[in-house]
Design a protein around this ligand. Structure first.
Ligand SMILES: [Zn+2]
Length: 213
C-alpha cells in the first residue's frame, strides 16, 4: 500500500471537516484566487470582493486551518493545498505565463487535475540541482525531461500539519541514481518510497481532481 493510501491526504481531511456551504465556498474562492494571482489572496480581499462580512470569512478560514486545508499567519494565508505563498522547489507555470508554487511534487501534479489547465512543472533535483520539467495537458503527461525522473516520498514522523511534516520531503529527482546518492547524505530521510512519474500523476489526480468540484 502506498503512503498516499495510508496517510490522511487533503481530500480525506476535507471530507472529515464537514464544512458548511459558506465555509466550502470560501475554501474554493481562496484556491481560485490563488491560481489566478499566483499568490495567496488576503482574507480581507476575499470578504471585500464578494461582499461577505469579514468576521464570517475569518471564522471560515479558522475552520479551514483547523482542518489542515490551509494555514494562516496573522491575516496572510501562507499555504492552501496545493499552493504555497512562499517559493518552493516546485514552480507551476500556466500557458499564459502566470506562475504559482506548489507545496510538493504531488501537489504540483494535482494542480493540473484540479484546474483542468495545461501546466508545466519546473522543479529541481535536490542532489544535483538540475532543472526538471514535466508538462501535463488534457489529463495526461505531455512530456517530462530528463526521462529518468522519479518522485521520492520521504517518510517522516508526523509532527503537526502535513505541509510541515511531509511536503518538503516529496520531491522529484533527475534519476534513481541521484536519489540514492542524496539518501546517503540524508540518512534520516532514507526510508521513503519511490514512484515513477506516471504513478505520481495517478496520486496527484486522485487527491486533487475533485477539490474544486
Ligand atoms: Zn540530479
Amino acid at each position: 500500500m502506498s503512503i498516499f493510501e495510508r496517510i490522511e491526504t487533503v481530500d480525506k481531511r476535507l471530507k472529515k471537516a464537514n464544512l458548511n456551504d459558506f465555509e466550502d465556498r470560501i475554501r474554493k474562492l481562496i484556491l481560485i484566487e490563488f491560481a489566478q494571482r499566483g499568490k495567496a489572496p488576503k482574507i480581507g480581499e476575499i470578504a471585500g470582493m464578494y461582499g461577505y462580512p469579514l468576521e464570517m470569512v475569518k471564522e471560515a478560514v479558522r475552520k479551514l486551518e483547523e482542518a489542515d486545508v490551509l494555514a494562516v499567519d496573522e491575516d496572510e494565508i501562507t499555504f492552501a493545498y496545493p499552493f504555497s505563498a512562499s517559493k518552493t522547489n516546485h514552480a507551476v507555470v500556466f500557458e499564459d505565463g502566470r506562475k504559482v508554487y506548489a507545496l510538493c511534487a504531488t501537489d504540483a501534479l494535482g494542480i493540473h487535475f484540479m484546474l483542468n489547465e495545461p501546466i508545466l512543472i519546473v522543479s529541481e533535483c535536490p542532489y544535483c540541482r538540475r532543472k526538471l520539467e514535466i508538462k501535463l495537458e488534457d489529463g495526461k503527461i505531455a512530456f517530462y525531461e530528463p526521462d529518468e525522473i522519479v518522485k521520492y516520498v520521504a517518510i517522516e514522523k508526523k509532527c503537526g500539519c502535513s505541509a510541515k511534516a511531509l511536503c518538503p520531503f516529496i520531491n522529484f529527482f533527475c534519476s534513481r541514481e541521484h536519489l540514492e546518492k542524496w539518501k546517503k547524505d540524508n540518512l534520516e530521510y532514507a526510508g521513503g518510497e519511490v514512484y515513477s512519474v506516471e504513478e505520481a500523476v495517478k496520486y496527484g489526480k486522485s487527491i486533487f481532481e475533485n477539490l474544486l468540484r
